[in-house]
Design a protein around this ligand. Structure first.
Ligand code: ZN
Length: 304
């Protein structure tokens, strides 16, 4: 298939644990793709948990409703689709209680097969056992890793979805990349450094939608050095400083804003040329391209 034809049908999917995870990890890159091809692009953000646990004053039901509304506002602003993940029985996964078990794998299998993304973004798995983590992030990462091969096994979870029936359609397994995870500190290797400087306003605006998070919950939790911002401009300054400090820790320049991604061999393994063609904004000097090329060649040779 010609390269431009694939580009014109580009679908990006971000699957993460919580409301707001997307804004802090991949929003700028999605905006880069959208601006490169407004007609053919579709971006979908799938949030796995119901958001009910993330507040210290509101009830679980209130919290879930507020968090959903905040995410809906952010996605309407950015122009991306929002999906809230459901188990096969219609229930939403709960924070701190998900496992990478059959119901979770079935839910992700259905979600990914339904949208058919070209590129799928998800949280990473830590390679260093001393790295801190958020259990929900790791469960999502582990679940996607486990289900990846089964995406094109059309009867893998039909016992959960009896409404599905033959003939079974073959779907293309997406390329799967992991995003950077602040819970793991600097324990975040990366293959692609994507310049999102021109999209940083959108990152500020969409993350500002998550008022119950950034002004209430995250400062209260006290694990993220969050000071409650008094206004939008203070929030943008804080976020910029936070992102630049992380870049400095990773040895990256601080004159631009980047999002970082790592390629996995969980799904389709792309050619290096195709990957660099598809991704707008990749800094080919800062990204370890030669190393990535070697990794891809090794994976393809091994037939992973
Ligand atoms: Zn999260």
């Amino acid at each position: 298939m010609p390269v431009m034809e694939i580009f014109a049908l580009m679908r990006l999917m971000n699957i993460h644990a919580h409301y707001d995870d997307f804004e802090f990890t991949a929003c700028g890159t999605f905006a880069n793709f959208m601006d490169a091809d407004r007609e053919g692009f579709r971006g979908r953000v799938t949030v796995c948990t119901d958001g009910a646990a993330g507040h210290h004053r509101m009830s679980r039901d209130e919290t879930a409703a507020v968090r959903l509304q905040e995410q809906e506002s952010a996605m309407a602003m950015a122009g991306f689709e929002l999906e809230t993940l459901e188990y096969p029985d219609g229930a939403r996964p709960k924070e701190g209680q998900m496992t990478a078990g059959p119901e979770m794998l079935a839910a992700l299998w259905m979600s990914i097969r339904s949208f058919r993304p070209d590129y799928l973004f998800c949280p990473p798995l830590p390679s260093d056992v001393s790295a801190g983590l958020h259990v929900d992030h790791v469960v999502v990462a582990e679940s996607i890793r486990r289900v990846a091969y089964l995406l094109n096994v059309p009867q893998a979870y039909t016992n959960f979805y009896p409404q599905l029936s033959p003939p079974w359609e073959s779907i293309r397994t997406p390329v799967i990349l992991t995003v950077s995870d602040s819970y793991m500190g600097t324990e975040n290797p990366f293959d692609l450094v994507v310049d999102i400087s021109d999209r940083f306003d959108l990152v500020c605006e969409t993350s500002w939608c998550h008022q119950s998070q950034i002004r209430e919950w995250l400062p209260w939790v006290g694990r993220h050095q969050f000071r409650p911002p008094e206004n939008y401009s203070q929030w943008c300054d804080f976020l910029r400083q936070r992102v630049l400090a992380r870049q400095q820790n990773l040895g990256l320049p601080t004159d631009r804003i980047f999002e970082l991604f790592s390629l996995t061999a969980w799904g389709e393994i792309p050619g290096l040329e195709q990957l660099l063609h598809d991704f707008p904004g990749v800094d080919t000097v800062l990204s370890p391209i030669a190393e990535l090329g070697r990794k891809i060649r090794r994976w393809k040779t091994q037939g992973t």
